[in-house]
Design a protein around this ligand. Structure first.
Ligand code: GDP
Ligand code: MN
Length: 377
């Protein structure tokens, strides 16, 4: 789950990191009032789950009330990488001497947090990463020991020469690591980390993602969830207790069990198809879950065929068959539904299907091959 900049900044502040104050609003008039508390110049910033806001016109400096109003008015309603801006953050403008990058994420290969720093931070960090990857310094942290002082000091030394800045950055890097491990984050980023003409180091932007599977441990972060900015299918799946991951293909998959779902996706690829999603309806077999699963799958306009791969254990084939028939009554499903149904109550399930003129495969290979053959590519 992604959270907004202003929310991530609250977490940084809680961990002692210097972050300028700020307040969010949905109203340009209110933005003008907030700005009055923050001195001569403020920054008006789009709050969306996307980076690159500056380049998309979502970050604007404003020096007068009229400018604040105009900036907020322009930014609210703007669409940035598919996300509509509903709120802006008003924060005092900082004088900037230098912009650095500081981030921590989980490195899958070493199965450890990796801290990354780059003295050339700011809006062009992607370009820096591409053209001169060596300018980004990375440190893999042993999670059992945590980030040690000398390691943080070494990273800070890659950012600044001035000893006072190095000292401040050392503390901030340690605080960011603390924020990372105590919030279930899978990614946390300060870009830019600035130094000011008066010699202070501060975070003026923050980005953070929290692992969905960790959220139950952190109710205060779960409360940051912005349902309105979440894809409809994800909200549906979460509320129905289905594991769903949208992918880019056209074969909609509905499977019971995560392992079988992975194997099904592999087989779809093997037969030359592309899965449209990972969807695990889980062990229980409530027909309503199947209806919800079909609603989710068919909400994806790329889906050309729907593949059911059910290996009944705790899941009962008759319940799945009932769910499919119920869904066909409730929803307008144009894509063909190709079904494999074996295991617990298989015969009852097949009877329910054949009463409606439908049939099912027993072989996984055959059903996947058939489903892929129904697609246009
Ligand atoms: P992003 O584009 O979504 O990453 O948004 P940022 O918050 O990082 O802002 C983009 C850029 O706007 C920064 O890299 C800065 O160059 C500039 N910027 C943001 N806040 C301030 C500020 O307070 N003062 C000044 N002078 N520039 C700012
Ligand atoms: Mn940024």
């Amino acid at each position: 789950m992604d959270i907004h900049e202003y929310q991530a900044k609250e977490i940084l502040r809680d961990n002692g990191i210097p972050v300028p104050p700020g307040r969010v609003t949905k109203d340009p008039n209110d933005a003008v009032n907030i700005a009055k508390d923050y001195g001569d110049t403020v920054v008006v910033k789009a709050q969306v789950h996307s980076g690159g806001r500056g380049k998309a016109g979502g970050v604007k400096l404003a020096g007068t009330s009229d400018e604040v109003f105009a900036a907020a008015d322009q930014i609210l309603g703007l669409t940035i990488s598919g996300h509509t801006v509903k709120e802006v953050l008003i924060t005092p403008a900082e004088d900037i001497d230098s912009e650095a990058y500081l981030g921590i994420l989980i490195d899958r290969e070493s199965q450890s947090p990796v801290v990354m720093v780059c003295s050339e931070g700011g809006v062009d960090i992607e370009e820096v990463a591409e053209k001169s990857p060596e300018s980004i310094k990375k440190l893999i942290v042993d999670p059992r020991q945590g980030l040690l002082h000398h390691q943080a000091y070494g990273l800070a030394g890659a950012l600044y020469n001035d000893p006072s800045l190095v000292k401040q950055a050392t503390v901030i890097i340690k605080q960011l690591y603390q924020a990372f491990v105590t919030s279930g984050a899978s990614m946390i980023e300060i870009n830019p980390l600035i130094s000011t003409p008066t010699g202070e180091v501060k975070a003026i932007d923050a980005k953070m993602s929290v692992d969905n599977s960790e959220l139950f441990k952190y109710p205060s972060i779960e409360a940051y969830r912005d349902v309105a900015s979440e894809p409809w299918a994800e909200t549906m799946a979460r509320e129905a207790g289905l594991s769903y991951v949208k992918l880019d293909g056209n074969v909609g998959c509905c499977v019971n069990g995560a392992g079988l779902a992975m194997a099904t996706m592999d087989l779809v690829k093997y037969y030359g198809g592309e899965p449209a999603n990972f969807l695990d309806i889980g062990g229980s077999s409530n027909p309503q879950k199947v209806v919800t699963a079909l609603q989710i799958i068919t909400s994806d306009p790329n889906v050309e065929v729907i593949l059911f791969n059910i290996f009944g254990g705790i899941t009962r084939c008759d319940d799945v068959a009932k769910g499919i028939i119920e869904a066909l009554g409730q929803l307008e499903i144009e894509a063909p539904i190709i079904i494999r149904l074996t295991g617990t109550n298989e015969e009852e399930g097949l009877k329910i299907l054949s009463a409606e003129g439908m049939s099912a495969f027993t072989s996984m290979d055959e059903v996947v091959e058939k489903a892929v053959s129904e697609t246009s590519n």
